[in-house]
Design a protein around this ligand. Structure first.
Ligand code: GCO
Ligand code: MG
Length: 462
């Protein structure tokens, strides 16, 4: 039996077995006893980072960035998520050409110091590319820590405060009825929380397919690149803000009061539109309204908060503490929606979770398709062990994704359940991952952002 199996069996039986029974403390601390202890912790001597690999894979046609940390202990590896799907290649370079040479030979146990020194290593810091790169290594090191301890990660984070993480299902459509039917499908699968997104008729909408008329063949500018004088995908906030209360009226009438409804504004309205929208939606008792404003307008939340009681969720676009600290400590939001790899991984996320508890803010980490199952598993560990959990985004993993990420957390009756295995509980099938290479560019990312414009040609924030 090798060291890790010995440790696993001992820890599964609980730490107590490390100190053999003795009738006196002296007995317990006798050389014989300490020998057992010595033997037990021998393997915990410094295990070093031997290599760091970056895997780009797209099993569900979404560009994912995975980090593999290999150690000097044979067979002991860790997996982490560094997914910045819009800039996957740059994150790969940041890991391979900068973090890897900086970290090879480091002691895998020094997670916090590795985070802090990596953070300082670029002198300029706090950006999405470098934070995602650090996140890949950080989450992988936590995976390794769990494996060395022989415990699922949630145990290292303090153990379970709930049996599973309530998830929200995504229901969208081009009409009120289509969304209603999709929502019913999610409810039938046991989801108590449903995010509802509907197309604004005639416009390019977020979270639902565009119902904008396609430009006629030969129409002016059709072959030219989109720009302020040649807008293509058009969005206008007015029709959306006027339509949304009717949408929720329909859903509450059809679906009843029990189901928790969530909606993502996706940073597309002005302050006044945001205030009016929130007031008009209050009667429909949303679980939360997400991202009414972009991070550039964080100060709007102080004014919005004074005007409405609707629960507010914000933060998937946040990278730095300068963005999320004010909203949390001034209690301007109810749910923090950070994408954990965008702030550098599990180490900073657990600090955000702890901080948020003291200000009555609950977690609703960003978890769309462009957060890999490794990020979901890391978030889940935090959600099971944090008192101030709100909701987990996402209801299932695509078949191919589950085949590449062996051990994806299971979702049952609307709850995401922990894998009772050491670490994150996921092993990546590298051979299979290579069968889903990220689409060769250009385009090197989905041109969803920076391409939607107002009628007058002004580009909109996402
Ligand atoms: C969400 C998000 C996503 C983002 C996407 C960007 O709430 O899930 O808004 O849909 O738009 O992750 O890449
Ligand atoms: Mg969102």
């Amino acid at each position: 039996m090798n060291r890790r199996d010995a440790l696993t069996s001992m820890s599964m039986a609980g730490g107590a077995s490390l100190i053999p029974a003795a009738d006196t403390l002296a007995g317990a601390l006798s050389p014989a006893a300490s020998e057992t202890f010595e033997q037990a912790v021998r393997g915990t001597g410094p295990v070093k980072i031997r290599d760091i690999k970056t895997i780009l894979t797209a099993p569900n046609r979404i560009r994912l960035v995975v980090v593999k940390v290999e150690t000097t202990e044979p067979g002991l590896v860790g997996w982490g998520c560094a997914t910045f799907t819009q800039r996957a290649l740059v994150v790969q370079t940041a890991i391979n050409d900068y973090l890897k040479p900086f970290l090879i030979g480091r002691n895998v146990d020094e997670i916090e110091d590795i985070w802090q020194s990596s953070y300082m290593s670029s002198y300029w810091r706090n950006g999405p590319v470098l934070f995602n790169a650090m996140s890949g290594v950080d989450i992988a090191l936590w995976d390794i820590k769990g494996k060395r301890a022989g415990m699922p990660l949630y145990q290292l984070l303090g153990g379970k405060v709930r049996h599973g993480a309530d998830c929200y299902y995504h229901a969208s459509g081009a009409s009120f009825t289509e969304v209603e039917e999709n929502a019913r499908a999610g409810m039938a699968r046991g989801f108590r929380h449903v995010r509802v997104q509907v197309s604004t008729p005639g416009y390019a909408s977020y979270g639902a397919r565009s119902t904008a008329p396609a430009p006629a063949a030969g129409s002016p500018g059709i072959d030219e690149v989109v720009g302020p004088t040649n807008p293509r995908a058009i969005w206008e906030p007015g029709p959306y803000v006027r339509m949304l209360p009717k949408f929720f009226e329909h859903l509450r009438t059809k679906l009843g009061d029990e189901v928790e409804l969530l909606h993502d504004v996706h940073e597309r309205v002005t302050l006044n539109q945001g205030i009016n929208l929130c007031k008009s939606l209050e009667p429909y008792r949303l679980f939360f309204l997400e991202d009414p404003f972009p991070p550039e307008d964080n100060d709007h939340f102080r004014l919005l908060r004074q005007q409405t009681s609707i629960p507010i969720a914000m933060g998937e676009l946040f990278n730095t503490q300068h963005e999320y600290l004010p909203l949390i400590k001034e209690r301007l939001i109810d749910f923090i929606r950070i994408h954990i790899s965008q702030i550098g991984g599990l180490s900073p996320a657990r600090k955000v979770a702890a901080l948020s508890e003291y200000f009555g803010v609950r977690t609703a980490w960003h978890g769309p398709g462009d957060a890999s199952p490794l990020a979901h598993a890391a978030q889940l560990a935090l959600e099971l062990a944090s008192y101030n959990f709100g909701v987990h985004e996402g209801g299932s993993f695509a078949k191919e994704t589950q085949e590449v990420f062996v051990g994806c957390p299971e979702v049952k009756d609307g709850y995401m359940l922990a894998q009772e295995k050491p670490g994150l509980g996921i092993e990546v099938d590298e051979k299979l991952a290579a069968k889903f290479p990220i689409p060769a560019g250009p385009p090197n990312f989905d041109y969803s952002w920076g391409t939607t414009r107002r009628k007058d040609g002004t580009v909109i924030r996402p």
